[in-house]
Ligand binder design. Sequence first.
Ligand code: TPP
Ligand code: MG
Length: 740
Amino acid sequence: MATTKVDPKLNELSIAKKAKTYQGLTSQQLIDAYRTMFTSRRVDDREILLKRQQKVFFQISGAGHEAMGVAAALALKPAYDWFYPYYRDRALCLALGATPYEMLLGAVGAADDPSSGGRQMPSHWAYKRLNVVTQSSATGTQILQAIGCAEAGRYFARHPNATQKAEGDYRQFKDVQFQGDEITYVSLGDGTTSEGEFWEALNTASNLRLPVIFCVQDNEYAISVPVEVQTSGGNISRLVSGFPNFHFEEIDGTDPVVAYAALRRAADHCRAGHGPAFVHAHVIRPYSHSLSDDERLYRPDAERQADAARDPVPRLQMFLLREGILDEKGINKIEKDVEEQIQADADRALAAPVPQPETIYNFVYSPDLDPTAPSFEAQPVFAAPETTADGKRSAASTPKTMADLINATLRDEMRRDERVVIFGEDVADASREEYLKQKLIKGKGGVFKLTSGLQSAFGSDRVFNSPLAEANIIGRATGMATRGLKPVVEIQFFDYIWPAMMQLRDELPIIRWRSNNAFSAPLVIRVAIGGYLTGGAIYHSQCGESIFTHTPGLRVVFPSNALDAAGLLRTAIRCDDPVLFLEHKRLYRETYGRSPYPGPDYMVPFGKAKVVQPGTDLTVITYGAVVPRALQAAQKLEREHHVSVELIDLRCLNPFDWDAIAASVKKTNRALIAYEDSLSWGYGAEIAARIADQLFHHLDAPVKRVAATDTFVAYQPILENAILPQASDLFRAMKELAEF
Ligand SMILES: Cc1ncc(C[n+]2csc(CCOP(=O)(O)OP(=O)(O)O)c2C)c(N)n1
Ligand SMILES: [Mg+2]
């Protein structure tokens, strides 16, 4: 455990007691533990004072949880094991090596706050040098990420070559560290065990025998809601006891010696590779939930007093005195030192520079690798169109579908980069790989067969099925990517992305920004999206891309043809940001937009639209499956009415190519935005607003939109046709706009 040094004079008594240990803890370790626990409590008290003085803006304490923190740091290895703590883990972070000064920088929101640079509330720990990974306020999201972190450690141990750096892609900026026997620690409160993601994480940790310690710090309350309301029967240990491969402990978490012994046994179990551990610690919450809460509203005095009798800080103090490890003078000396230190640290933190408003855009995306840059532009290299003996074109030069080229790109990138792993629902050829080995089956490889053959080619630890749980997919992938893997995961249908929404909105896209660039999670999420399926109905036809383009930090790509899909997917995999890669199901095997294989290095930079057809009379801005429909309409308009339409395929929705839109609208003076999603509040609304705002003087007609009705998509084809924008709708709108 890393703590500040103790005055040697203090140790006289402990030296006398040298021989005696307490569950393996020496007297000196217990003295250090007391110093850390007392420091933790006093930093809380100082922050509370500063909050009352309006010098800090929020406070949440680790009071009552201190013994668990010091015990975990003693049982685990700082800067070796990995830590996904929660806001009550102040003592853990101090014991691992964070300083009170750093914490107070967080409280005042200083520019040099190492956890977030003033972007997050205090007690949202992130210390890169200590392997303490950035956390959010959302209860429970850290747990699946911790699972992914542990999986990454195991993967690197089995694929040490994957840790190597490579120039020219995200690997250049992503250091990988791992230890063969590392453990991932994740903590949470009793209330948080009610979150579904907690159960998803237990399931995967158990199933994969991952070296993860789940530490549930049970203070019997989640704000004002008591544990018996959260947990059936009132005891989480009883509910989880059936999970295989776990080591279980249920302890008094206010006693650091007891806690250390339990966490030590848990760590031994994990380090030996037997599987995860679950430590259920009964602790107390002597202060209210946070400074915004007054627990006297829902807890009577008697209950609060009973808690106070178990307070871990006075309890350890009494233990040290009783055992003769320290005398009163020794205690006083420690406490005086700590008080002085915190006073000095607080003064320094209050004088520290605050972040400047112009920095707010820093680290929304990678500052190192810009996916719109020319370095992400590479020309296709098509095979020569040789003809075979029977007069047919050779396989290499025949046009391939979007599905074919996505599969080929995944294959190329897996070959090129051993950090790429693929998982999701049904993406493996067969989880029972013996069937494949015995050639009893051909294998599935995705419900749309996009990942077909990849498990057979690259092995079951690089391509595998996930449980049927979307948060599990995104949360684990985020943890993996934080460690330097490049997960390219699949969400089977856009309609089912929503269980992952907490991870997709509050976690993945913000990890870099909220940690002030200390952490990042570049990964790719491939999602089958869209309708026009004739029978897709409500739950296999949804779009909804604007929900994600409205999320800063997430790149969103939506190709309309095979070649763009290949080039953009390669950019997505090689870039340093999280990417939502939307694949239109209707376009997977369409005749429109097929292309021969463009070679293993073909790339299209993000944010560059394609002019599908140049024109002079009006501009149509669209993307995805509306592109071929708009093209059909534009050609008919040209044929029948001699109207010349400039058709722009955006290809990438965030970032999007404003320059291409502006250049075209300045030329044609008329703009129509067409999209498959329902009309109101859709992606095109933003484009329309920008055109109206910035190109007003160039317009000869109102900005128009064509989109789906403000309904979901129905099953009966007559209804589906009426709901989704058709070529005839586009034709009519283009004609009206041309005639305006
Ligand atoms: C997903 C989510 N829902 C609600 C909240 C608001 N909230 C913050 S802490 C908390 C209670 C957490 O209780 P518990 O897990 O027992 O931890 P404790 O604070 O008691 O240590 C709640 C409801 C949140 N942060 N995240
Ligand atoms: Mg609680």
